[in-house]
Write a protein that binds this ligand. Structure first.
Ligand SMILES: NC(=O)c1ccc[n+]([C@@H]2O[C@H](COP(=O)([O-])OP(=O)(O)OC[C@H]3O[C@@H](n4cnc5c(N)ncnc54)[C@H](O)[C@@H]3O)[C@@H](O)[C@H]2O)c1
Length: 330
C-alpha cells in the first residue's frame, strides 16, 4: 500500500541503507518492512520470534535477495549482534503488547519489552548503528490528567506494560547521553489498520469490532463505551517512523514524540461508525470495565510536526474504511 507514498525526502542514499526491523512480522513492523522494501532499501532484516507476529505478514518478501528473516528473540544477545552487523538503521517494534497481558504475566512482558529492548540497544551500540527509532506507547502518560497529552508531562504508570515502555524511554535517554547514540522514541496512540489481529485473548478493539460486525455477532464493549481514544491509522505510524529515521534536523534525535491524529472518539461511537461503514452488525454487549485502562486519551501532535514534519495524512474515517476493506478481502 506504500508504492505511491514517499516520506524519506528522496534521500539519495536511501537505496544504500540496511535496516533491521525487530517485530517485523507483527502488525506495525510488517507495514514498515513493506514501505522500506517497496522503496528499494539495500537490505531489510527482520528479527521476530513469531510469538505474536505471523509469517504471512512478510511472506511476500521471503526469497527476495534484499530481505532476510531471522526467527529468534530480541533477548538473544549473540543473535542480535549478528542481526545488527552492517546495519545502518534500526526500527524497534518487537514487544509484548497489551495492558491486560502485562497484568496477567508481568515477567514475560518485562523480558520482551525491557530485557529485549536493552539487548537491542547494547548490541546496536557495539555494532555502531547510525540511528534507532523505537515504539513507545501512550500508556506512559499513566494517571496524568491533562488532555491533550504533551510529551514532557507524564504521570505514574498504571500497568506493568506502561512501566516497561517508560523504562525503555529511560534507557534510550541514558544511552543517548552516555554513548552519543541517536535514538528516537515514538509514543503510539491506539494504532489500527490491516493485519492487526482480531484473534487471541489480547486483541485490540478495532479488529475485534470489525470481526464481530463481519460475522454479525455482538461485540463486547468494556464499561459504558464512553472511554475515548486517539485512534491512528497505521500509515500515519509508518510515516512517523520513516520521518524519524531520516530526519536531518539536528534537534530531532534523543527525544520522544506522540504519534496520533490529535482527535478522539469514544469506543461506542467507533463501533457505531464501523457498523454504518459496513452496512451491517448487531448491538454490542457491555461488560465490566477493564483493569489498568485510562478513561480518555488524546495527543498533542505539535512536537512531532515541529521536529520531524509529521502530519497524520490519513484521518480516522478513511483509515476505518481501508481496514474494513482489508478484513473483507481476507
Ligand atoms: N498497536 C498499537 O496500538 C500500539 C500502541 C502503543 C504501542 N505499541 C507498540 O508498538 C510495537 C508494535 O506493536 P504491534 O501492534 O505491531 O504488535 P504486534 O504484536 O503485532 O507486533 C510485535 C511483534 O514483536 C514480536 N515479538 C514479541 N516478543 C518478541 C521477542 N522477544 N523477540 C522477537 N520478536 C518478538 C511479535 O511476534 C510480533 O510480531 C510494540 O512495541 C507495541 O508495544 C503498539
Amino acid at each position: 500500500m506504500y508504492e505511491h507514498v514517499n516520506f524519506h525526502n528522496n534521500n539519495p542514499e536511501f537505496k544504500n541503507y540496511r535496516f533491521l526491523i525487530t517485530g517485523g512480522a507483527g502488525f506495525i513492523g510488517s507495514h514498515l518492512v513493506d514501505y522500506l522494501m517497496e522503496h528499494g532499501a539495500a537490505e531489510v532484516r527482520v528479527v521476530d520470534n513469531l510469538s505474536e507476529g505471523k509469517i504471512e505478514n512478510i511472506n511476500h518478501w521471503l526469497g527476495n535477495s534484499r530481505f532476510k528473516f531471522i526467527d529468534g528473540s530480541i533477548t538473544n544477545e549473540s543473535l542480535m549482534l549478528d542481526a545488527l552487523e552492517n546495519i545502518d538503521f534500526v526500527s524497534h517494534q518487537a514487544a509484548l503488547g497489551s495492558v491486560p497481558r502485562s497484568i496477567k504475566t508481568p515477567l514475560a512482558t518485562n523480558e520482551a519489552n525491557v530485557t529485549g529492548f536493552l539487548t537491542m540497544l547494547d548490541c546496536a551500540r557495539r555494532q555502531g548503528v547510525r540511528r534507532i527509532v523505537y515504539a513507545s506507547s501512550s500508556s506512559v502518560y499513566g494517571d496524568h490528567p491533562q488532555l491533550p497529552k504533551v510529551e514532557d508531562q507524564i504521570g505514574n504508570p498504571l500497568s506493568p506494560y506502561a512501566v516497561t515502555k517508560r523504562v525503555d524511554e529511560l534507557y534510550a535517554d541514558v544511552f543517548g547521553r552516555t554513548y552519543g547514540m541517536q535514538i528516537i522514541g515514538l509514543r503510539y496512540f491506539n494504532i489500527f489498520g490491516p493485519r492487526q489481529k482480531p484473534d487471541g485473548p489480547y486483541a485490540a478493539v478495532i479488529p475485534l469490532f470489525i470481526d464481530a460486525i463481519i460475522q454479525e455477532k455482538p461485540a463486547y464493549i468494556n464499561g459504558d463505551g464512553g472511554q475515548t481514544r486517539d485512534f491512528t491509522f497505521v500509515e500515519n505510524a509508518v510515516q512517523a517512523n520513516v520521518r524519524a529515521l531520516f530526519s536531518e534536523n539536528p534537534e530531532a534525535p534523543n527525544k520522544v514524540y506522540n504519534v496520533a491524529v490529535g482527535d478522539r472518539i469514544s469506543v461506542l461511537d467507533i463501533y457505531e461508525l464501523l457498523r454504518k461503514l459496513a452496512g451491517k452488525g448487531v448491538d454490542a454487549i457491555h461488560r465490566e470495565p477493564r483493569e489498568g485502562d485510562i478513561r480518555d486519551s488524546l495527543a498533542d501532535i505539535s512536537k512531532g510536526n515541529a521536529y520531524l514534519g509529521y502530519f497524520p495524512g490519513v484521518k480516522m474515517q478513511e483509515g476505518l474504511k481501508r481496514t474494513l476493506d482489508s478484513f473483507n478481502e481476507a
